[in-house]
Structure formats: C-alpha cells, structure tokens
Design a protein around this ligand. Structure first.
Ligand code: F0G
Length: 456
C-alpha cells in the first residue's frame, strides 16, 4: 500500500516559476551561491529542513494563545513540560535557535587547549567550539565514511577511536562528548541506541559528560525502532526517553523536529552549569523564561514536539526520503545509502569525477540543479568544510556531498517526482558541468556568503 501524507492541506503558498534563461542570469548574479538566490526565484526549495516545516492547525492555534509576559509566561511552562517529558531532563533553557544554545554552552565549557569529541559536529557547532578556542574532533565509525555502502547506523561514533583519543589527549582536556542525532553532516544517518550506550560507558569511565545534539531526535528514534530489534515494539517517545537518559544534557534547534519556524533550547541535569548558561542567556538571548523567543513560539514548539513523535508521521517522513533515494539509485545516480532521515545526499565526487575538489564539485552540482529545474540544494563538502594549509592549498573535505533537505509536511509526492526527474536529467548531461573558483570568502562559515565563478 502507498504510504500517504498523514495530513490534509488547509492553507497553501504559491510557487513562482522561472525559465531556464532567467535562472542562468539569476545564478550568475548570485555568484553561483544558492544562499544568495531569492526564495521567490526557487521552484522547489530543498536548501534546508530547518525552520521550513509546515505548522499544523494545532500549532497555529497555539500561536494565538501565546502568553507574551516577559517573565514566567504560561507558554514557557507548557514548553518546559514538553521538553522535560521528551528528554527526562529537569532543566530547560529556551534559546532563539540551535546555534544560540551552542554559543552559550561552548563559551562556558570550551576554550584553548580543549577538545570536543563527536560522531560529527554540525558546522555551526564546530564554529562555536572553534570560536571559543577549543578544537572539534569528529570520530565517525568507518562505515559512515563510505557514502555508497549501506549500513543501518552510519551515524555511530567510533568507540575504539574515542577511547584511544581520550587516552592520547587526557580526559581533563575533553570537557564534553557530543553525539549528533541523526548525523546531519554525515548524511542524516542514525545513531544506534547500542552505540549511545557504548559511548556513555566510555564517557562515564573517564568522567566526560555526554551531550546530544537533538535536532532530529524523533527521526533517529524511529530509525532505532525500525532497525534495532530490541526496539521493534517500543514506542517512539519511550525510545527517545531512553536515548536522552544516557545524556547529561542536550542542545536542540526546534527548527527541525519540533516543526517550528524558530527556536531552540538547552536541557540539562546539572544546576551549576545551568546557572552559568542562564547568566549568559540573559546577556545574549533574553530572560530565562523566553530566551529570545516570543511566547507564541514556545507554544508552537511545545505542540510540535508532541506531534513529531506520531508514528504515522514518522513512517511517512522516513519513507518520503527513501522514495526519492530509490528513484535516483534506479537510474545510477550516486547517492548516500541507505536514505537518511531528512535529506537525500548526492555524492558529487562520483557524480562529477571530472571536477577536482578544489573546483568544488558539490557547489557546481548545486548550480546545475538550480539551472535545470529551479531546485535549490546545499553543498556539504569542500566549500563548507575545506581549509587551507600553510602554502594556501585547499585541504579538501572528506566527502563532497550535495544535500537536498526535505522540509517537513511541505511538498507532495509529485513535487518529489519532479525533483527526481530533474536530477536524472542533470546526471545524463553531467559532462557539461564546469568547476567553480572562489572570488570572495569570509574567514568563518564561508559557504554562506562566498562568491564563485565558473571555470571555463
Ligand atoms: N545541529 C545540527 C545537527 C543542525 O543540523 C543545525 C542546523 C544546528 C545544530 C544549528 O541549529 O540552525 O537552529 O542554529 N542545521 C540547519 C541545516 C541550518 O540546514 O541543516 P540552528
């Protein structure tokens, strides 16, 4: 049976159409950087699944009853209970989005000479760690580094490498271990409960706190249900509770699995750390019962956290990514396998073998998809993660991926069919795609504002 969208559409937004000639001009004007294209000039926007979800009628109703009191708002208490129920953590600190949580956390526990270990840090997480003077270290399991080889839990941390790293650097220099679920930068791949237990064991042995980057906790929990036998008959909320039970804290961007357009939080068990976080929060985001959000946002998040754990929703969600992935595999398009939780990842290195890393194959493919079909994706490769050595040579990223992130509850199956058709057409004509050169870049997070030109 077809797995159908488990919702009806009550309110719609028009899509504006452009011609190929118009898109060619737009792309050049945007310096071949999809972040610099106006949203109105995009037909299918797969730039991110962050803040782009369709809110439910219940969430919109919640918006109307948001309590905008500066301190002690009703909406905060509903938000706090929802996060406590989901994580089992007693302390909940709202922030305006995920990176605000990261900024606060790493300003406190980061600093020079320290290492934050992870399966894979997301780019804003890594940037906040590095800005504090600390170093971010990704210790992903070996199978996670092979895009086209399927395995059930490619987001797992390499536990052996973790233990070796701790012994090498000394636990006193590692203030935190952070597991990202699902592993966004590594293909939206899930982390198994067993892996979290194993990492927790090592962390406990060396006295290192374990944190979860919880942006996509529900998608990860559903994968655990599907792929880890022990959990086949366990409910998603119970799986999530167990997952968080191993953690000392978490950061979350509510723009993902809470279906909210803005928001985030830090959840903790340690009151002393919470005190420091709240002190910083007051300077940067706001009073601890609103944290840079409106009361209505807190309502929308509280309701969204409940809705996201519905298994009909999660079944449809995970299936819709798999559906697109399967269509691409059938035509030989190199994609990350198996399908991730929130996005399809095209292996741009294999898609465009004639373009070397220092000509940014991922970014070139992003441009080609926009030109052909008005589809906007994002490069997760050497433009995002590349660094330079002392001689000014690019140290490329481990992988060159293009992420097509599917906003939650936004596009229908025919939109996805169209996306598949465009990608397949571009794949057949891939030899015409040219590499790119950077003409401007910022010192950090350069992919957001970089300017590029085609190499002729
Ligand atoms: N952690 C992960 C795993 C993320 O995917 C993101 C954001 C953040 C932290 C930061 O959250 O955007 O609310 O500040 N990811 C978005 C994306 C931007 O497109 O993947 P934020």
């Amino acid at each position: 049976m077809t797995i159908i969208e488990p919702f009806r559409i009550k309110s719609v937004e028009p899509i504006l159409f452009t011609t190929r000639e118009q898109r060619a001009a737009i792309l050049e004007k945007a310096f071949y950087n999809a972040f610099l294209i106006k949203a109105d000039d995009v037909i299918i926007d797969l730039l991110t699944d962050s803040g782009t979800s369709a809110m439910s009628s219940a969430q919109w109703a919640g918006i109307m009853i948001g309590d905008e009191s500066y301190a002690g708002s009703n909406s905060f208490f509903r938000f706090e209970s929802a996060v406590q129920e989901m994580t089992g953590m007693p302390i909940v600190i709202p922030t305006h989005q995920g990176r605000a949580s990261e900024k606060i956390l790493f300003s406190i526990i980061g600093g020079k000479g320290k290492y934050i270990v992870s399966n894979t840090l997301f780019d804003t997480t890594r940037a906040n760690i590095e800005v504090s003077g600390a170093e971010g270290v990704d210790l992903l399991c070996p199978e996670g580094k092979l895009p086209q080889v399927p395995a059930p839990f490619k987001g797992n941390m390499d536990v052996e490498a973790l233990e070796k790293f701790i012994q090498e650097k000394g636990a006193e220099h590692i203030p935190l271990c952070m597991i990202t679920v699902t592993n966004n930068s590594g293909g939206g791949q899930p982390v198994s409960m067993q892996n979290i237990r194993d990492v927790k064991k090592v962390c406990t042995q060396y006295g290192i706190p374990l944190f979860i980057d919880a942006c996509r906790f529900a998608e990860n929990s559903y994968f655990i249900k599907l792929r880890e036998k022990e959990f086949a008959n366990v409910s998603v909320p119970a799986i999530a509770r167990e997952l968080f039970s191993y953690a000392d804290g978490c950061t979350m961007s509510a723009k993902k699995d809470a279906f909210a357009n803005i928001g985030g939080f830090i959840a903790l068990r340690d009151e002393a750390l919470a005190l420091k976080c709240r002190n910083l929060l007051i300077i940067t985001d706001g009073f601890p019962t609103y944290g840079g959000l409106a009361g209505r946002d807190l309502e929308a998040i509280a309701i969204g956290l409940h809705e996201v754990m519905d298994e009909h929703y999660l079944q449809y969600r995970i299936r819709s990514i798999e559906y697109l992935t399967e269509k691409l595999i059938a035509e030989g398009v190199p994609v990350m396998q198996p399908a991730g939780g929130h996005a399809v990842y095209i292996d741009a290195k294999a898609f465009l073998p004639h373009i070397p890393s220092d000509q940014y194959p991922g970014q070139a493919l992003v441009g080609a998809l926009y030109l052909e079909g008005g589809i906007r994706g994002v490069e997760i490769g050497s433009l995002m993660f590349g660094k330079y050595d002392d001689a000014g040579q690019l140290i490329p990223s481990m992988m060159e991926l293009v992420r097509l992130a599917i906003p939650r509850r936004v596009y229908t199956q025919s939109h996805i069919d169209y996306v598949a058709e465009v990608i397949i057409k571009v794949f057949k004509e891939r030899h015409q795609i040219k590499g790119l050169a950077i003409t401007y870049e910022a010192p950090t997070l350069r992919h957001f504002t970089a300017r590029l030109k085609e190499i002729s």
